[in-house]
Design a protein around this ligand. Structure first.
Ligand SMILES: [Zn+2]
Ligand SMILES: [Zn+2]
Length: 442
């Protein structure tokens, strides 16, 4: 294992940053109850340790579903907290089960652990130097989507809630997921039986937000991310001389018609209020200017929200491709695939968590309503099991206007870590306390 040049001054600086950010929370009446005070004190005490863990994970990123180092850190940390630990879901997925002393429902928090095949270009002392070979090409590996922070938040919330176990109603399942970026980690964890005998009644998660400062929480009620579907289309021809195009079907002309017609489909068959994107991002055909090729191959990504919508879109695209190709007398193969489905943030769960967040963060101004995105996120699969909500945690450093996930220069304000831990611990306690009360008064 390589050693990361973890500079002590960075840790000190991080602690100072955390302390500097603390008034955001202290300004309000929060914390007022004894439990809130315990949670806040436990978070403050843990902050330097969590920041060091984050920097270590950042320095040693791993790709895909096979994350031996990261998952070992998580499993070991959970064990030291006294959680029941189960491993081996989707290869490196881990769950840690914390049973509270009071009766209440099962709830889950998810953190994803995988990094991206990007060569880091920050000058952070804990910048990644890791390399990997992806599709035959050597690349750097970087936590450019903030999953190092998500993993750390998961550990932090587990530690804080474990410290108030005597006051905790019900059970909290901490889900450390591999393979979010590439490899269906969430659905594989479910298939591998992660929730076979312990079924959460709600799922919570964070994603870092590259537009908001630490202390801000982004939220979207309802659909938050898109279905990531797509198709490949091969248009076939006998091929002929470019000087006598009447002798064969021209797959390039047919393909061009398909590309244009798809945009008309979006503009003319879907409401403007219905978010739909069809992008043909790849179109390959031909080898010379005077030869009509034997095939053209198109690849497209198709984005929208909800299950009904994705099926409607598939039907319309299939109809359009079939008709355009048949009108030209072209044979074709259409391969349509449903990928990651859209994240749906349960409105009731979201509203209840936001009420707790407003109290903890000190004002409504800390909560930022955001428009749904057309990107993908496989947290959606947990939403098939129970109501779920993912919040966006502000991590933009104070000196920057914004930062950018999936970029080699992505940086995050570590002050967001204790803020996120404290907030989620309170959201979960609030959820568990209310759910336990509702149950007993029924
Ligand atoms: Zn990402
Ligand atoms: Zn991500």
């Amino acid at each position: 294992m390589k050693q990361c040049p973890l500079a002590v001054p960075v840790l000190v600086l991080a602690v100072i940053t955390v302390l500097a950010a603390a008034p955001v929370i202290r300004a309000a009446a929060y914390p007022s109850t004894p439990l809130e005070k315990k949670v806040k004190a436990a978070t403050d005490k843990l902050a330097p340790e969590l920041i060091a863990i984050r920097e270590d994970i950042h320095c040693h990123p791993e790709l895909g579903n096979h994350l031996p180092r990261t998952s070992a850190i998580v499993a070991d940390y959970f064990r030291r907290l006294g959680l029941e630990v189960r491993t081996g879901f989707a290869d490196s997925g881990v769950i840690g089960i914390l049973r509270g002393a009071k009766p209440g429902p099962v709830v889950a928090m998810r953190g994803d652990m995988d990094a991206l095949p990007i060569t880091e270009e920050t000058d952070l002392p804990f910048a990644s130097k890791e390399k990997a070979v992806v599709e035959g090409r050597e690349t750097g590996v970087m936590h450019a989507c903030g999953h190092d922070i998500h993993t750390t938040l998961l550990l932090g919330v587990a530690a804080v809630l474990a410290s108030v176990k005597a006051d905790l109603p019900g059970t909290v399942v901490f889900v450390a997921q591999p393979g979010e970026e590439c490899c269906a980690g969430a659905s594989l964890m479910i298939q591998d039986g992660a929730f076979k005998d312990i079924v959460p009644a709600a799922f919570f998660a964070y994603h870092v937000d590259d537009t908001l400062k630490a202390g801000k929480l982004g939220y979207t009620s309802g659909f938050m991310s898109a279905n990531v579907d797509g198709f490949t289309l091969e248009i076939k021809s006998e091929g002929c001389h470019g000087a006598s195009p009447w002798s064969c079907v021209d797959p390039i002309v047919v393909g061009a018609e398909v590309v244009t017609a798809l945009q008309v489909l979006v503009a003319r068959e879907f409401s403007v209020h219905n978010n739909t994107v069809i992008t043909v991002g790849s179109f390959h055909a031909g080898s010379a200017p005077n030869i009509i090729p034997r095939s053209a191959r198109l690849e497209a990504t198709v984005r929208n929200y909800g299950e009904d919508q994705r099926r409607t879109l598939q039907e319309k695209i299939t109809r359009l491709v079939t008709n355009v190709c048949e009108a030209a007398g072209a044979k074709f193969d259409l391969g349509y695939e449903f990928g990651t489905m859209s994240v749906y943030n349960d409105p009731a769960l979201t509203a209840r968590a936001l009420a707790a967040a407003e109290r903890v963060l000190g004002s409504k101004a800390a909560l930022v309503e955001q428009k749904p995105e057309m990107g993908g996120e496989d947290f959606s699969y947990f939403g098939r099991i129970a109501p779920a909500v993912m919040f966006n945690l502000g991590v933009v450093p104070p000196e920057l206007e914004a930062t950018a996930v999936h970029s080699p220069t992505f940086v995050a304000d570590e002050a967001a870590i204790p803020i996120g831990v404290n907030l989620m611990a309170n959201i979960i306690l609030d959820h568990q306390t209310r759910s336990a009360k509702t149950k007993t008064t029924k």
